[in-house]
Design a protein around this ligand. Structure first.
Ligand SMILES: NC(=[NH2+])NCCC[C@H](N)C(=O)O
Ligand SMILES: [Mn+2]
Ligand SMILES: [Mn+2]
Length: 353
């Protein structure tokens, strides 16, 4: 081969021309206020500009309206079931519309209960999607296996058809939320805090769960390859990435509600994003669990920066660099003497104008 993967990779921007952005300002899936401000913190941090710079044509669909639910009593131990259900249905509609219109979608949360709506909406368009769930947590507790009662620890139990028998039918909108994917469509990367009921489900259904132990044993390259092979053996499925920022080490994403030490490095996470982008099959990304209420200003800035960096990598930004399709190396006109770079530049500008 001639140079590092020269033939396989282009370096031109604009692979994802059209991209719908959907904000999912949910915080009722867990107990800490602040994730409802996640979408605003990512927009204020320059997310759209970053995506535009790398050649994306971003259409911002705004935020799903989570409204206010009066007296959202617990269902058994499940907290805020009606609030989450109501916003989930709105999220699903917006994601569906964004995907149908733009072809690609980036959903920014919000706690990870956001993914019930994003995957539901995505499944209406691509029911055969492959889901890569990048997270310290498995988020597949059922309401009955969950100790916390927080819905952000349960989204996959509502989404996986095989688990229907374990999930109670809750009131207040949940009748419209139906499981839409199979356990075989899901692979996790980054796990390091898995509850007993979750571990049981993973083993019972022989699910594709890659913990940090596998990352340490095989390296991120092999783990990612195995994960993609597991959910997309023929390499022809649309890919949904659900990225919980707590998958990364808290050194990079400290402002999140349930940080767990020993997470993915910037390099490992960048590698995942670049390689998934390179498949050409990425349809949608969720960015979950940014909580600007937690930590110092520096912590929040670091978290927002990491989240934006990774989101941009999923949509085409590469560590090797990019150049716009119409970029040309500036030529020095023959009649201009090279006295110094400074004057050359000025003279070229003069010459051109
Ligand atoms: N999306 C997340 N950060 N989830 C954390 C879940 C923690 C724990 N497993 C629970 O069920 O409550
Ligand atoms: Mn998590
Ligand atoms: Mn999560």
């Amino acid at each position: 081969m001639n140079g590092p993967d020269k033939l396989r990779r282009g370096s031109i921007t604009g692979q994802w021309k059209q991209l719908g952005l959907v904000g999912v300002p949910v915080s009722k899936g867990q107990k800490k206020d602040g994730t409802e401000k996640g979408p605003a913190s990512l927009r204020d941090g320059g997310l759209v500009e970053r995506l535009t710079d790398i050649g994306c044509d971003v259409k911002d669909y705004g935020d799903a309206d989570f409204g206010e639910v009066n007296e959202d009593q617990c269902y058994d131990n499940v907290k805020n079931p009606r609030s989450v259900a109501q916003g989930t249905l709105k999220t699903a509609d917006m994601v569906e519309q964004a995907l149908r219109t733009e072809g690609h979608c980036l959903a920014i949360g919000g706690d990870h209960s956001m993914a019930i709506g994003t995957i539901m909406g995505h499944a209406r368009v691509n029911p055969d999607m492959a889901v890569l769930w990048i997270d310290a947590h498995a988020d597949i507790n059922t309401p009955l296996t969950s100790d916390s009662g927080n819905i952000h620890g349960m989204p996959l139990s509502f989404l996986a058809k095989e688990l229907d028998q374990y999930v109670p039918h809750m009131p207040g909108g949940w009748e419209d939320i139906q499981a839409c994917i199979s356990v075989e469509q899901i692979a996790w990367i980054g796990l390091r805090d898995v509850d007993p009921g979750e571990r049981k489900i993973i083993e019972k259904y022989d699910m594709n769960a890659f913990s940090m132990q596998e990352v340490d044993r095989y390296g991120i390259r092999e783990v990612l390859e195995k994960a993609i092979k597991a959910v997309d053996p023929d390499g022809d499925k649309p890919i949904h990435v659900s990225f919980d920022v707590d998958a990364m080490d808290p050194a990079h994403t400290p402002s999140t509600g349930t940080p767990v030490s020993g997470g993915l490095s910037v390099r490992e996470m960048s590698y995942i994003a670049e390689e998934v982008a390179d498949t050409g099959r990425l349809a949608m990304v969720d960015v979950a669990e940014v909580n600007p209420n937690l930590g110092s200003k520096q912590d929040v800035d670091n978290t927002v920066k990491s989240a934006i960096d990774i989101a941009a990598r999923f949509f085409g930004n590469r560590r090797q660099g990019l150049c716009p399709p119409d970029y040309d190396i500036p030529v020095v006109p023959k009649n201009i003497r090279r006295s110094s770079i400074q004057t050359t530049r000025q003279e070229i500008v003069k010459h051109l104008s």
